[in-house]
Design a protein around this ligand. Structure first.
Ligand SMILES: [Zn+2]
Length: 183
């Protein structure tokens, strides 16, 4: 018997669920209806009893161990300003090693909110990529003429997809009694 699903060497998707969309569109702009996926989206996050107005505020703040600089970032008027200040703080020496864990923590905290968690789940099964024009090929994928042939690592998209998977599977984003790691 010939398995026609493997015709031409390409495995075709098996459609078992009638509501499963036949063509999957990538969400590659965290704007408009998908603004909530952006780290600039304002939603209070609590880390070690301090309130941060967005994922960006928390992420940028933890780039340094200097308390004064942290507070300046935490209390920045906008996420854009938090990012600007965060690029000038004295960078902690272990930042490259911990930055993905910090981002994962911040994203999990954000989407622990029921409404935001439901909104993230509703993006399934679309791939999530923060397409951008600011040359960020680490967390997203820049589409500018210089970068367009360079594939972005899409680390933010990968984190969002893994959190979405946990939400869909009904896994708690934090185990009971979870204590914030000390960064
Ligand atoms: Zn670029």
């Amino acid at each position: 018997m010939v398995d026609h699903r493997h015709k031409g060497g390409r495995k075709l998707p098996m459609i078992t669920d009638p509501i499963f969309p036949t063509s999957i569109v990538t969400i590659d702009k965290f704007d408009g209806d998908y603004r909530f996926l952006s780290n600039f989206f304002l939603h209070d996050i609590v880390y070690q009893n301090l309130v941060y107005p967005s994922v960006e505020h928390l992420f940028q703040s933890l780039k340094t161990t200097m308390i004064g600089a942290r507070v300046t970032v935490q209390t920045a008027a906008t996420a854009g300003i938090a990012k600007k200040i965060g690029c000038k703080v004295p960078l902690r020496s272990d930042w490259e090693a911990i930055k993905q864990s910090v981002m994962m923590l911040a994203i999990r905290k954000k989407f622990s909110d029921n409404k935001l968690g439901m909104m993230l789940r509703s993006t399934y099964p679309s791939p999530l990529v923060e397409g951008n024009w600011w040359h960020d090929n680490c967390w997203g994928d820049c589409k500018c003429p210089q970068c367009k042939d360079k594939p972005g690592e899409n680390l933010l998209g990968k984190i969002l997809i893994s959190v979405r998977k946990d939400l869909i599977l009904g896994k708690p984003l934090f185990v009971p009694g979870f204590v914030d790691p000390e960064y």
